[in-house]
Each structure stands twice: as C-alpha cells, then as structure tokens.
Design a protein around this ligand. Structure first.
Ligand code: 5GP
Ligand code: MN
Length: 352
C-alpha cells in the first residue's frame, strides 16, 4: 500500500487541470542531474500515457551518462533553439517545474516562464520554495523529486498503469540523488517504493552500471589527477577543497558530466565533514560551486551565507562571479567566519 504524502487539495488542483489542459512543458534546472532528468522524463511518460502532449525542456543539455534513459533523445535544450523554446513555454497550458525551487535555477528559460500565462506547478524536494507557482508540492524530506513523481502518479490513482519507462526514470532519479541509496534514504517507505519499481521490471543493477560504470578513460584519468594533485585537505577545519581550471579540464578533454561525483570523494577521508568543489566554467563565465557535508553540518547555509547559493543540508551549490582564486579566498574567509560560530554543528568542523 502506498501512502499518499500530498494533501488532497494540492493533488486535486493538478487533477482538475488534467481535465482540461493538453499541453504540458516540463522544466528542470541548469546542469541537470539524474534526478532532474529522471523525474522530468517519468512525468513526461506519465502525461503522454494519459493522452497529453508533453515535452521536457532543459536550459542546457543532459550529460551523456543519462542519454540512455527512455525518452532522453526527445528532450529539448533551450540553448539549442531559444526562440522555439520560448514559444513552447508561452503556448503551454501547464508548466511543470521539477527538482528546483527558485526560478533563477532555470537560467535563460526564466523570462519566458515568468511571462507565460500557463498554470505553474512545482514538484520538488529542495527547502524554501519560491513564489510564482500556482500549486506547490514541496517535500524537502523526500530523497528526490523522482520519489515525488512516484507519489504523484499513485495519488492520481495510476500506480497500476505505471509502465517500465516511468519506473526506470524514477529509479534512476532516486539512485543518483541518494548515492545508490547510501545517503538521504534512511526510511523504509523509500525501499517500499524501490520494491514496487523492481516489480515493474526495473533492473537496478543494470541501471547502476549504466550510470556509474560507464565513464570515459579521460574522466577516470581526470579523477586520478584531482585526487593526487588538486584535493586540498584542511584537517584543522575538517574540510576539503578541489578546484579545476578551464585549462586543466581541457587537458583531460572535459565533457559535461565528467566531474559529477568528484565533490563527494573527500568525504571518504576520516574526519572530513564538508567538501567543496569549484570548477571554472569559461563558457558561462562563472565558477560553478558544489558543496557536500555529512550529518548536521549545513553546507547549504555555507553556500547561501558566502556565495548566495543554496540547496539541501548535505548537498548544495552555487555560482561565483569572479576568478577561481577569488572564489577560493571567499571560501577560506567563510571558514574563518564559521570558526567563530558557537553553533555546535558548525563548531564540529573546527575540532582538531
Ligand atoms: P550540485 O553540486 O550537484 O550541482 O548541486 C547540489 C544541490 O545544490 C542541487 O541539488 C541544488 O539543490 C543546489 N544547487 C546547485 N547549484 C545551485 C545554485 O546555483 N543555486 C542554488 N540556490 N542552489 C544550487
Ligand atoms: Mn533532486
């Protein structure tokens, strides 16, 4: 039996829209990850199964390691055709916003989104959802937005007709947002969902291999370089920092997605409680920031206090406008400010 985690009125509003709305555009965040793409494609398959026109529109394209997902070849990237994308957004009846909480996370799609008269539906698990949405289903306690898509389909009474395409996309999102069920996943109802997905025919071992054992040689060598030469460990601060310049990335023929997971690696070191990874992005003219932490150390607060970023308590990110060395200075200053904090969860970072 699947518990309905949504309040009746929120889902009935979406159900009501489904009575008249035909055109759905599903939007997700810049630099889409497995949960962004998995949840979006799962909802897209579901809406199509209900006879709706549905398309997934992302600000920039998905990384190669997600391209095998059913329906991934039909995803539209805003950057490939801005005019057609704007038109799609303006003509939509419903804009489904998945796996992001604030409009700035959809980059160049934001202005078409704000102008659109479509109904705006947010389904997400990031804390602090922004405004601009007509219906908000925000569940920060959920492992992933993909888990919430599973709940949505069930709440709409369609668990039985959930097909293998939907199930594979949902499982991929759950798996990638929980490090293959190794964090953010300590509750039995999630395993109940996984069990239902296996019953639908999902081959979880195969999905694991497709996502995690499918790297290029360049990527693996870049990982070696990072661990050997680029990872700084600040033992007295229980913290680690990895930086990569554009020049270093090019040396290893960097492709989108190649640095996925790097930020998690220093957390394998005994005593490291927070890890940061800064990547120079020459194309966008920014430094892309990623933070990870363990337990009650709030890396989302670190990201928002010092970089105007955000995210979950143990996984956060942001963008820095400036040089890589300025970003590093800001990071070190942030650690200094935090070291003066009397809060227990933060103080733990500075225990020698
Ligand atoms: P990642 O390190 O995988 O890029 O991001 C981890 C999490 O941080 C994301 O799930 C998202 O919640 C958050 N995040 C990433 N980039 C940004 C950003 O630029 N701004 C904000 N507010 N949150 C971000
Ligand atoms: Mn997510």
């Amino acid at each position: 039996m699947i518990e309905n985690v949504f309040s009746g009125s929120d889902v009935s509003e979406f159900r009501f829209w489904m009575g008249w709305a035909d055109r759905y555009v599903i939007l997700t965040h810049m630099g889409p990850d497995g949960d962004a793409i998995g949840s979006s494609l799962a909802l897209c398959h579901y809406l199509r199964s209900k006879g709706k026109q549905a398309v997934v529109l992302v600000p920039d394209s998905a990384p190669d390691f997600l391209k095998w997902l059913p329906g991934a070849d039909e995803i539209k990237a805003y950057s490939d055709n801005p005019a057609a994308s704007d038109e799609m957004v303006s003509k939509a009846d419903v804009l489904c916003c998945l796996d992001f909480n604030v409009v700035s996370r959809i980059g160049n799609i934001a202005s078409a989104f704000l102008y659109s008269k479509a109904k705006k539906f947010l389904l997400d698990h990031h804390p602090f959802p922004g405004s601009y949405f007509d219906v908000i289903l925000s569940h920060p306690e959920a492992s992933s937005t993909s888990e919430l898509v599973f709940h949505l389909i069930c709440a709409l009474g369609d668990f039985r007709s959930m097909d293998l395409n939907m199930a594979e996309c949902i499982y991929t999102g759950i798996m990638t947002d929980t490090g293959a069920l190794s964090y953010n996943s300590n509750y039995s109802s999630l395993f109940n969902i996984v069990s239902h997905l296996l019953d639908k025919g999902v081959d979880k071992d195969d999905i694991y291999r497709r996502v995690y054992n499918n790297y290029s040689e360049d990527r693996l060598r870049l990982q070696g370089f990072v661990l050997c030469e680029k990872m700084q460990v600040f033992r007295d601060k229980s913290t680690s920092l990895i930086t990569l310049t554009d020049e270093e990335l090019r040396r290893f023929n960097y492709k989108k997605g190649d640095t996925e997971g790097f930020v998690n690696m220093p957390l394998q070191i005994n005593g490291v409680l927070m890890s940061a990874f800064f990547r120079e992005d020459k194309e966008q003219g920014i430094i892309k920031l990623s933070f990870r932490s363990v337990g009650d150390v709030p890396c989302n607060r670190f990201s928002s206090e010092f970089f105007h970023g955000g995210g979950h308590i143990n996984a956060a990110g942001g963008e820095f406008n400036g040089t890589l060395s300025e970003a590093v200075d800001c990071f070190l200053k942030g650690l200094d400010v935090w070291s003066g904090s009397s809060e227990e969860c933060i103080r733990r970072l500075f225990v020698k």
